[in-house]
Design a protein around this ligand. Sequence first.
Ligand SMILES: [Fe+2]
Length: 167
Amino acid sequence: MTITSKDIHNLEDLFVHQLQAMYYAEKEIHKAMPKMVGKTSDTSLRTAIESHMKEGDTQIARLEQVFKMLGKPPQAVGCATIDGLSKEAGDVVNNLTDKHLLDAALVAAVQGVEHYEITCYGTLIAWARQLGRQQIVDLLEKTLQEEKAMDKKLTTMAESQINRLAA
Ligand SMILES: [Fe+2]
């Protein structure tokens, strides 16, 4: 959704907008991941993505908790970035037939999503800290650490085996 000055007057409004966009993003990721994970024949890659999908349930619940702390109903607003990332990921994964190339592309696609999540949660945390909402900072820090850990895990998997098999 486009940001308009009509709805956003202060940093808390901007925070809520970003929170709504992240709520949308997490839900979209939740829908897109099962389709993507079904394409890989690499068991450890599948296990890593599936366990991160379970973390995603908790991450969505944390966002709902943040809405509650702010006294707002959980509401999602469209996020063009995540739409683009999941479309791109879907195109690549659906069009590759070589299983090793597909795995390398899948890791890249999931890491693209993780990096986007890392930047958004980083912003939310910085703004929550500025707003003096330490409980929100603490809650979202847990999610940020999970996103960073997933990114690191994928880098290790790609560099230790997946990229070599694809070459
Ligand atoms: Fe994630």
